[in-house]
Ligand binder design. Structure first.
Ligand code: IPE
Length: 255
């Protein structure tokens, strides 16, 4: 591994590492399993440089919805910003602790302190990457998370972990991207995992159907964003994490 090696970008979905129905509750066994897989992959050399992003699960989403904040609707209430960010920072500390227990050199990178949507909610996300890139070069594993983000005209909105993954993958020239979610991959109409997606049209119908049950409108947007990346991406469930980190393609591969 050299300082210039392209990193792997891994998102741990919030509902993978938290108990969705209990506010601010970490799913300890699930987090431990994910941290084990990450530590093994780094120890064995299967993964060189790694950036982790985690979602909000029962931490961020709970506070965001309580205050009516989303990726498109912001708040100017500093208490609301503190609640959302504070919950995410708490979850981030739990993720860091699990990684530190396994000697993974993980360090926090908080998007609220770095990122902005200077053009408002319709504009691009600006995520300066100099701290993340420099940390990577120094051998750390930066751990970012969904967070509040300064947004022109809206105050503070939410930036999702998925948006961060895309920015990181492009900006750092990632060689692989993994999204570990609660579902075992991108599912078709029958609930079967679609093994490979290389263009949006071929799966648009199946995704349209599955998104009617997806309150965050998640999978369609995820697939579109991951298709636009140069790096190959995989969407898989917790059972696929180990295989993905070892270089395999569990779940759905998006080229
Ligand atoms: C949400 O991040 C962050 C906040 C609500 C502050 P994500 O949207 O990436 O979280 P998950 O993975 O869906 O839980």
């Amino acid at each position: 591994m050299t300082a210039d090696d392209p990193p792997l970008v891994l998102k741990l979905g919030g509902s993978v590492i938290t108990e969705k129905d209990r506010p601010e509750t970490v799913d300890e066994p699930a987090l431990a399993a994910a941290a084990d897989a990450i530590a093994d992959a780094l120890d064995s050399g299967a993964v060189g440089r790694l950036v982790v992003v985690h979602g909000g699960g029962s931490f961020g989403h709970h506070h965001a919805s309580e205050h009516g904040v989303s990726t498109t609707t912001g708040t100017r209430d500093p208490g609301a910003v503190s609640d959302v960010h504070g919950a995410m920072a708490t979850l981030n500390r739990a993720v860091l602790a699990a990684l530190h227990d396994r000697d993974v050199p993980a360090v926090p990178v908080h998007p609220l302190s770095l990122a902005a949507r200077p053009g408002g909610t319709d504009g691009d996300l600006d995520l300066p990457l100099s701290s993340t890139a420099t940390l990577l070069g120094e051998g750390f594993v930066p751990v970012l998370h969904g967070d509040g983000v300064a947004t022109a005209g809206e105050g503070v909105t939410v930036v999702s972990g998925d948006e961060l993954v895309v920015e990181l993958a492009v900006g750092l020239g990632a060689d692989r991207v993994g999204v570990c979610s609660t579902v075992p991959g991108v599912l078709d109409d029958d609930g079967s995992v679609i093994p490979t997606i290389d263009d949006f049209e071929s799966v648009a119908d199946a995704l349209g159907a599955s998104d009617t049950t997806d309150v965050s409108g998640g999978m369609t947007a995820k697939v579109r964003a991951l298709l636009a990346l140069d790096a190959p991406a995989s969407v898989f469930g917790p059972d696929g994490l180990e295989a993905f980190l070892r270089g395999g393609t569990p779940g759905t591969r998006i080229d």
